[in-house]
Design a protein around this ligand. Structure first.
Ligand SMILES: C[S@@+](CC[C@H](N)C(=O)[O-])C[C@H]1O[C@@H](n2cnc3c(N)ncnc32)[C@H](O)[C@@H]1O
Ligand SMILES: [Zn+2]
Length: 358
């Protein structure tokens, strides 16, 4: 159902322009209360020129204080555009935009993987919380957070991945997708919980990205972050990074898609014939734990070909990727005032953290 009349977004249930009843819980009306001007924190006015089933597809957002405005295009408020941000951020966003518009598949293994990335957080933790996701990619975790019972979850991403994320979450009334730069978020300190999975290490300044994200969490709220670790990844830093930096992040994603089939085939073969089967029995697991990179390869062994190719492609496509020392990661948390953060080593190759904002 399309409506192209000019409609307004008053907080009440009645749209004065179209003289029709509009339900108060349409996607963007709920979203509005969490948004504020990224430049001056002023209140935002939203107007719609095209709606579909109560959702704004095309429209505009305007700051009532400073007059700045931003478009809503294909259902997504656009507070940032890839061609307007710094070159290093744009290069990363272009690659991931392509990645998440190509690898749009969903997988039943995402839930377990997500909960492992944000442990000790559980499904129940999301109940009634207002949640922010920094760097939502194709929206798989925004979707899960909404399904776990969050009151509202806002997934932000700088790249064209928002197109896929919007399509993946548009049927969930409590899920919202916004195109924005994690360094310049269009919201105040309104969130009960913020999380970021696999994003901060791709930023030009990961610590500053972490600080920006966590600055949107209210005192007493919580934060989770997961990043690549430096420890145990010496082989990637030494052998894979130079290839990624000089070749794979520079060639066209289409060519990388073909080339990545070679390492993906190796990963797929060893996980399906060695790591997966061995780790399924206690006796085999005792042998497998001596194998190279066992904890991680065991964790992805259950995924099929397409998901494993996504993982390999993801590791090769990014122009920027930092491998972060545990001490450095712990320092990020201390710097935002989280003294007793729950920081631990995940899959023997990465750091995950959880803490409460003072
Ligand atoms: C490896 S993907 C992870 C996506 C998602 N968290 C997941 O696990 O499926 C990294 C994401 O960070 C996003 N990103 C990179 N730089 C960003 C920035 N400055 N602001 C917001 N998002 C950014 C990319 O566009 C990409 O979608
Ligand atoms: Zn403003």
């Amino acid at each position: 159902m399309k409506a192209s009349t000019q409609v307004c977004l008053d907080a009440d249930d009645f749209c004065h322009h179209s003289r029709k009843n509009v339900k108060n819980h349409s996607l963007k009306e709920t979203l509005k209360k969490y948004l504020s001007c990224p430049a001056c924190q002023g209140a935002l006015e939203i107007s719609a020129t095209e709606r579909e089933d109560n959702e704004i597809i095309t429209g505009a957002i305007r700051c009532s204080s400073c007059g700045h405005d931003w478009p809503i295009i294909r259902g997504v408020p656009r507070f940032a555009a890839v061609d307007e941000v710094e070159q290093d951020k744009a290069a990363t966003a272009e690659k991931f935009g392509w990645q998440w518009q190509h690898f749009t598949q969903s997988d039943p293994g995402y839930e377990k993987q997500f909960l492992a990335w944000i442990a000790p957080v559980t499904k129940k933790f999301f109940k009634d919380k207002v949640v922010l996701e920094g760097g939502c990619g194709k929206g798989r975790h925004t979707q899960l957070a909404a399904q776990f019972g969050a009151r509202d979850v806002i997934g932000i991403d700088l790249s064209a991945a928002v197109e896929t994320a919007f399509a993946a979450t548009r049927d969930l009334p409590n899920a919202h997708i916004v195109q924005a730069d994690i360094y310049n978020l269009p919201c105040g300190r309104v969130f009960d919980y913020a999380f970021s999975v696999g994003v901060l290490h791709h930023l030009p300044d990961p610590r500053a990205g972490f600080k920006s994200l966590t600055s949107k969490v209210r005192p007493g709220g919580h934060v989770s972050a997961w990043v690549y670790g430096a420890e145990n990844n010496g082989w990637i830093i030494r052998w894979v990074n130079p290839i990624r930096e000089r070749i794979t992040s520079r060639i066209s994603p289409r060519l990388l898609l073909q080339l990545s089939k070679i390492p993906a085939a190796i990963v797929f073969t060893v996980t399906k014939t060695v790591y997966g089967p061995l780790n399924r029995s206690p006796r085999g697991a005792r042998i497998a734990r001596h194998l190279f990179y066992n904890d991680y390869l065991k964790a992805i062994a259950g995924f099929g070909w397409r998901e494993q190719q996504t993982i390999v492609f993801d590791h090769l496509v990014a122009p920027t990727a930092f491998y972060i020392q545990g001490e450095e990661f712990a320092d990020w948390w201390r710097e935002i005032g989280v003294a007793d953060g729950d920081i631990n080593w995940h899959n023997s190759n990465s750091w995950r953290g959880f803490g409460q904002i003072p």
